[in-house]
Write a protein that binds this ligand. Structure first.
Ligand code: 5GP
Length: 126
């Protein structure tokens, strides 16, 4: 059972459909652990999403339920994706939303990679 507050995994969610190839995406990186693609509504000059290939609602589920090899492989893919995007030297931000207060919209664990300009404060005021 998922441990996050966002309920059971819904295999019809939009990222599950992207993983199955039912919906197109602008792919940046793919390996056995993860798929990275451009966000459809970018919030920075570079805004890429990285998702694991397994069915996890959020980081809470992923961290407790995924095999250690998959966890290591996923975070390696996040770093590889940022490197591939040329973000290492200027720098970048990795963010994941978990549940309602964070505004998680898509119930398949994903991290956002933001970059391409100075990103300001970590959490916007308000
Ligand atoms: P969350 O709020 O769940 O952390 O972020 C979900 C992200 O998924 C949002 O930034 C949103 O723009 C993005 N998104 C939603 N639907 C699609 C889609 O069909 N394709 C792509 N590439 N991104 C999507």
């Amino acid at each position: 059972m998922p441990v996050s507050g966002t309920g059971a995994y819904d295999p019809g969610n939009i990222f599950a459909r992207i993983l199955r190839g039912e919906i197109p995406c602008k792919k940046v990186h793919e390996d056995q652990f993860a798929l990275a693609f451009h966000d459809i509504n970018p919030q920075a000059p570079v805004h890429v999403l990285v998702i694991p290939k397994g069915a996890y609602v959020s980081l809470a589920d992923f961290a407790t339920m995924a095999p250690a090899e998959d966890v290591a492989g996923f975070w390696g893919a996040v770093a590889d994706t940022a490197r591939q995007l040329g973000l290492v030297v200027p720098g970048y931000r990795v963010l994941t939303n978990i549940g309602a207060d964070a505004g998680q919209e898509v119930p398949h664990f994903h991290v956002h990679i933001f970059g391409g300009r100075p990103l300001g404060r970590m959490v916007p005021a308000g």
